[in-house]
Design a protein. Structure first.
Length: 704
């Protein structure tokens, strides 16, 4: 937490049984880890904590008043059913053979309830929840009763005193055996025994509460509420990210790189002269920015973001040729073997068409041993000008003769550690230049945090001749629409075009093998149906893609191995089955595989999701717009940011817990300015402040 941590073991502060239960449920072992488990909501004087964002199976905690109560018998059991109003939502709770519940949970009773959520006919309900009767404001009539695991809260003191002494009742993300109130008691005990926390920054930031007040106030807000405490902790998270990025920028500025001046009559100039089409104004601008960076003796660190089909590949090739002209090698890192081979093939073709003797060498994990040995020899001897590969080129066994430029395609598939392992393969203490690319446009707040160590170039316009892709949602609940989608694929193929059908899995019902089999024996029995998925050997995948590119396959049924980089201009229609299983950016990337020629194209989003579900709405949002920047915001709204610093792309441990990377722009912008000042004035303090960043990231910083 920005240079501070409470390393006390939970067993030093909490009863042994409570500490063990929390560790088993959440894997927290220290007091600091538990203090970082912030409330998800608050209830003030009985105001409800809604469950609208929870999903079936989640353990939810709600605070509300009993509006209706009834007791009846069914199948030999006494059932007590109540309706609770939690402020925004009504939900039902059902108890079986619970005489105490039927006696105390009557109309007008107020309580705190925790149980597993499920919906029945659209109504949220919890069965046999643990509960605590809460006193009404000003009610000092006596002790309230607790049931189930709620009794454990009493180990920290008098229940009434604990609960009625809170202006705001925190509600924590919980587990079945460790509900919210059990966490409330544990955190209360930790805060009670916690000495005052010194301010970690040179002074309390203007406009914010102190750090000690923020930590205590986020868990135990006073009558003014939790907002000011929340804002300070958000700022701390933003500053942590900003400091890491500012330290990386400082580190890069202190390194040396080969200065790669553009040659007026080299390969780069030859390719520009030989292109069958002019570069767009955007491509020319971005190329100028990259060329200027490459000519400096400081390592370039630049992100190139551009819509699917905006022409990033040709820009990256021109950048690599500037390095080749200066006698340097280039490495291009791709996330999949299919994409690596596709890149190697397309780069070779572009160079051959321009008559340029540049040697492009692929390197993948599944490559035959003899071929790999020869390619490794070409790389270390300098015979290979451009090396295109997967993670295989990061391995220690791969040695470059003189690496000057690293290009990382689909940056979101790689962590910082991975791209920098490749970047460490320079010669004579020089650091290669770095260009990372993504076809997933990035909201400005993400650009400032996740990619804050990189300068950003953006390609917004599409090359001439591209036509918009028509997109439609095809619900499984509309059988005639599903049938019509298959007919449309047949019509496109009859017109001489080709099609993709993307499935969310390989095996089972609705998988690649199942769908390909059904279609090749049914609607498309007179057509050539190909199959492509990740379990196929590398050579077979390459052969299938090459056959599809030549037109030998009419319809390719595949998994997401065709998500990025696959370029078949004759493919004009794509059907994505069970599209609700894919993320927003994935759907946008997949759609970008069609519409790459001059033909009108169509993308059909099949879905099994209920029309009222968030999944259906997400798919509909993708179908409704091709604006990648808007879709990037939708993507961020519907998923967790994950760990944005190191090699982890997702997981339970998140650097960002409170900060909203979509809406907290002003806070992030201020943190970036403050971080630059702090790193410039006291870099050692800046290093100490991020020392509690996850261990992998700390090792990365020290290595830098």
């Amino acid at each position: 937490m920005l240079g501070w941590t409470d390393d006390r073991d939970l067993t030093e502060v909490l009863p042994d049984k409570e500490a063990k239960a929390i560790t088993k449920a959440f894997e927290f072992t220290t007091c600091g880890e538990l203090l970082g488990h912030y409330p998800r909501a608050y209830s003030r004087h009985g105001a409800g904590v809604n469950v609208e964002r929870a999903h079936d199976g989640d353990i939810v905690t709600c605070v509300g008043e009993v509006l209706h109560a009834e007791t009846f018998s069914a199948k030999g059991k006494q059932i007590h059913r109540i309706t609770i109003a939690d402020g925004r939502t009504r939900l039902t709770a059902t108890f079986f053979n619970a005489r105490y519940a039927s006696r105390v949970l009557v109309r007008g009773a107020r309580g705190m309830f925790s149980g597993k959520l499920n919906h029945w006919q659209g109504t949220p309900q919890i069965q046999h929840p643990d509960f605590l009767l809460l006193p009404k404001p000003g009610d000092n009539a006596g002790k309230q009763a607790a049931t189930g695991s709620l009794r454990s809260l009493s180990v920290y003191g008098d229940l009434d005193e604990i609960l009625t002494g809170l202006d705001y009742l925190p509600v924590y993300p919980a587990k079945a055996k460790v509900p919210s109130w059990r966490l409330l008691g544990a955190i209360r005990e930790i805060l009670r025994t916690l000495p005052p926390i010194p301010e970690p920054l040179p002074g309390t930031p203007v406009g914010f509460v102190g750090f000690d007040e923020a930590i205590r106030g986020i868990h135990q807000p006073d009558s003014a509420g939790p907002e000011r405490h929340l804002e300070r902790l958000k700022y701390n998270e933003a500053l942590s990210l900003a400091l890491v990025m500012a330290l990386r920028r400082r580190d890069t500025e202190h390194r040396r790189a080969p200065a790669l001046e553009p040659a007026p009559d080299g390969h780069r100039a030859g390719l520009l002269a030989g292109l069958p089409y002019p570069l767009t104004a955007g491509q020319q601008q971005v190329l100028s920015e990259i060329s200027r960076d490459l000519a400096r003796p400081v390592p370039m660190s630049r992100l190139l973001q551009g819509e699917v089909g905006s022409g990033k590949t040709i820009v990256s090739l021109l950048a690599m040729l500037q390095a080749v002209d200066a006698g340097q090698q280039c490495a291009m890192l791709a996330p999949t073997e299919v994409l690596a081979v596709q890149h190697a093939r397309s780069l070779t073709a572009l160079l051959a068409d321009a008559g340029l003797p540049v040697n492009v060498v692929p390197l993948t994990g599944s490559m035959p041993v003899a071929t790999k040995r020869q390619n490794l020899l070409d790389i270390v001897s300098g015979q290979a000008d451009i090396v295109v590969g997967t993670h295989a080129i990061i391995q220690d066994a791969v040695e470059f003769f003189d690496l000057g430029l690293v290009v990382v395609d689909e940056q979101h598939r790689f962590g910082v550690e991975q791209r920098d392992r490749l970047r460490s393969k320079g010669r004579d203490g020089l650091t290669p230049h770095l260009l990372v690319m993504t076809a997933t446009p990035i909201p400005r707040t993400i650009a400032m945090t996740v990619f804050g160590d990189l300068a950003v170039s953006t390609l917004r316009e599409l090359p001439g001749g591209r036509k918009p892709i028509q997109s439609s949602v095809v619900p499984e609940a509309r059988p005639t629409w599903v049938t019509r989608s298959i007919e449309r694929i047949g019509e496109e193929v009859a017109d001489g075009r080709q099609a993709y059908i993307v499935c969310p899995r390989i095996d089972g019902e609705g998988g690649v093998i199942d769908i390909a089999g059904r279609l090749s024996e049914g609607a498309f029995r007179d057509l050539t149906v190909g199959v492509l998925h990740g379990r196929l050997p590398g050579e077979e995948k390459d052969a299938i893609m090459a056959d599809f590119a030549r037109g030998g396959i009419d319809i390719l049924v595949a998994t997401t191995v065709i998500e990025v980089g696959v370029d078949v201009p004759n493919a004009t229609v794509m059907l994505i089955r069970e599209s609700e299983h894919f993320g927003v950016s994935q759907l946008h990337q997949l759609r970008g595989r069609v519409g790459r020629g001059g033909h009108a194209s169509l993308c059909l989003f099949h879905t099994l999701a209920d029309p009222d579900s968030p999944a259906f709405q997400r798919v509909s949002a993708v179908a409704a717009t091709s604006d990648g920047f808007r879709l990037a915001e939708i993507d961020l709204e519907t998923r967790q940011e994950g760990d944005v610093l190191g090699t982890r792309q997702s997981g339970t441990e998140r650097t960002v817990r409170l900060l909203n990377l979509l809406t907290d722009y002003e806070l992030i912008e201020r943190a970036n300015l403050d971080a630059d000042l702090l790193v410039a004035g006291d870099p050692q303090l800046a290093q100490r402040l991020v020392s509690d960043v996850a261990r992998d990231d700390r090792e990365y910083l020290e290595k830098s």
